[in-house]
Design a protein around this ligand. Structure first.
Ligand SMILES: N[C@@H](CCC(=O)N[C@@H](CS)C(=O)NCC(=O)O)C(=O)O
Length: 243
């Protein structure tokens, strides 16, 4: 096996961005924590990886990708590594830096989506920060979501390689990540996102096209795709969506 992904086995979470790249790239990989515990899987596999490593290079948080002797953390960093190897980003440096910048912007959006249900503390239950979550989510829907999606719609419209992709002339890991963000936001905020996709038609088309790619469609239909649930980054609490 060429790649080992270490990520929580019960959620899509941030690991999903890596899973999608590995799937589209037809990579030889194992989603380690999804193996039975008797085969070294389960949450314990992730926990073990986050124990202090002998070489002092312990990752802070999953997802983590093991590739040969490399242990790579941070979603955008993992994708920057996998991109050229899975032919999911153009080779030239300028384009790769642009792509990485876009991925980091998606990372920021993911944090803000998370903070709608956990605006005060990760360590508290949603139920213990609900008034703050309601305020944060209202602001997210009214201002942040349109700002981020408007930005990505403009990037798509202005891509010199054409508006079928965010970067270059063919599919990149940025398109895959954008698909996942739209899928997650649509799960979390179905009503707000309905209006949003009407306002951002090019993103809506990109989302659909990625979903229909043969390898992605096969992956989404498989048991490897964990359903969205109320433990991941994207959670559906109806009261946080538009009235
Ligand atoms: N910026 C990192 C964030 C990683 C992250 O927050 N991982 C979550 C799971 S999705 C976690 O376990 N965090 C533990 C913590 O923040 O204490 C990335 O994009 O990979």
């Amino acid at each position: 096996v060429k790649y080992e992904l270490y990520y929580w086995p019960h959620i899509q979470g941030r690991g999903e961005f890596v899973r999608l790249a590995l799937e589209e790239g037809a990579a030889d990989y194992v989603d380690v924590a999804r193996l039975p515990e008797s085969e070294g899987g389960g949450r314990a596999a992730v926990a073990r990886l986050l124990e202090d490593a002998a070489d002092g290079r312990t990752p802070f948080a999953p997802p983590v990708l093991k590739a040969g002797t490399f242990l790579i953390s941070q979603t955008a960093n993992i994708l920057q590594y996998l991109g050229p190897r899975l032919k999911l980003v153009p080779k030239d440096e300028a384009t790769r830096l642009w792509a990485h910048g876009l991925q980091l912007t998606l990372t920021d959006l993911v944090v803000e989506a998370h903070d709608t249900h956990h605006p005060i503390a990760k360590s508290l239950y949603y139920e213990d920060q609900k008034p703050e979550a309601l305020r944060r989510a209202a602001d997210f829907r009214a201002l942040r979501l349109p700002k981020f999606l408007g930005y990505f719609e403009r990037v798509l419209a202005g891509n010199p390689g054409g508006d079928r992709h965010l970067v270059g002339k063919s599919l990149t890991y940025i398109d895959l990540s954008m698909f996942q963000v739209i899928a997650g936001l649509s799960y979390a905020f179905p009503r707000a996102m309905e209006a949003m996709s009407r306002k951002h038609p090019k993103l809506a088309v990109l989302h659909r096209r990625v979903q229909e790619r043969p390898r992605i469609a096969a992956y989404l239909a498989s048991s490897r795709r964990i359903p969205f649930n109320d433990r991941g980054v994207f959670r559906h609490y109806p009261e946080l969506d538009e009235a």
